[in-house]
Write a protein that binds this ligand. Sequence first.
Ligand SMILES: [Zn+2]
Length: 464
Amino acid sequence: MQHPRITHHGGHLGVTGSCHQLHLAEGRSLLIDCGAYQGVEQPSDNALGFDARQVAALVVTHVHLDHIGRIPQLLAEGFSGPILCSEPSAVLLPLMLEDAWKLEYGSDPQRMKRFLALLSERIVPLRFGEYHEVRNGQRGLVRLKLERAGHLLGSAWVECELSDGATDTSWRVVFSGDLGAGNSPLSWPLTPPGPAHTLVLESTYGDRLHTSPAGRVAQLEKVIDQALSDQGTLLIPAFSLGRAQELLLELAQILEHKRLGYEPGCGQQPLNWPQLPVILDSPLASRITQAYRNLHTYWPSQAADGQALSFPQLLTIDNHEQHVHVVNYLASTVRPAIVIAGNGMCSGGRIVNYLKRMLPDPRHNLLFTGYQARGTPGAVLKAAQGAEGFVKVDLDGEAYTLRARLHSLEGYSAHADQAGLVAFAEAIGPSLKQVRLVHGEPGAKAALQRRLREVFGDQVSVEC
Ligand SMILES: [Zn+2]
């Protein structure tokens, strides 16, 4: 059987807009992800670049917006097949799309209702490791299965086996989706792939090796100790999906550890830990956290149970009035608190109101736990670490002097590094003929291409 044709409609030149089309017989195709472009990668026109009516099925690897954000457009342009995804993704997908499309559909609740109803009709949850069949023309089949990718609760890589009934041959393609770094407390580590011919591999950190994430909770605890002895607020900008829940889990562990007591001999604790409020100020993060609690049977066993995401000090802020009240209260009192608010790069969302009030006050602390894209206020702030008092930061067109203390925690990457990506490719074994690198900046892709060529020699073609 010949190499099947694969076309990329996003996620191949940069890191957003993932959308890969695997061509089948008779003009039909399978689509792997249908993500939105983000930030500077936004194209000038929003065309999908293919005929949505010819797509037999959409496979969703995970529910980050850069993998699902164009699904409403796909449906609007006539896609009539199933949306195949893991069981946790089937729960999280409507929550993410409802929030993303609220602005679009906000003025028309009926339209939103119809869209969500259509979405739930189309979603077909698949169990990890079980094969599902899609027709490949008159005489062929595609057997596909999802396996754990370790990137996010429910995240998967996809194996597609195309068979040609006429020649009795088959070809296996693996799409990696986003692969995890093996350090997420709320998702199982990835399952290594078996024999395949073609691998479409993400390359976000194709040029990097992560430092060991060991002691992440201890690092977080140290920052909290430092920050809260200032009698102010510890602000943590976080993404609503994934990072916010990981932080809550780790904060619950730290609070429990503090409650039980403390390091003997360390003297008095700086504050009354059982009274310390942890405030989750993001409506989307609150809804997703509730979904995570309901999905606790999919958590790795060491993450305990669903109760770990609901502890007595956790307060969730729903409406805007409450939000304004909390910002004013925390900015004007000396009551310590931890606030998790979106968005993760400080480019919008409720975190901005906290920053406006708290950046000019040295009692407050700001903790970064994630990647900050170029040009965002988060990136400007992160780069200003150590220059507190000398830097002004632009928020909504106004300059604020930075006097709050900045911290950043490493070891929180949700993506595999170069060694992890190479290990994934190597696990496929000698059947591998072709690797296509996607989802990476040009430098990261080139570095990973060089490394894979060293590992595989001439046996495997590695294309960027
Ligand atoms: Zn992702």
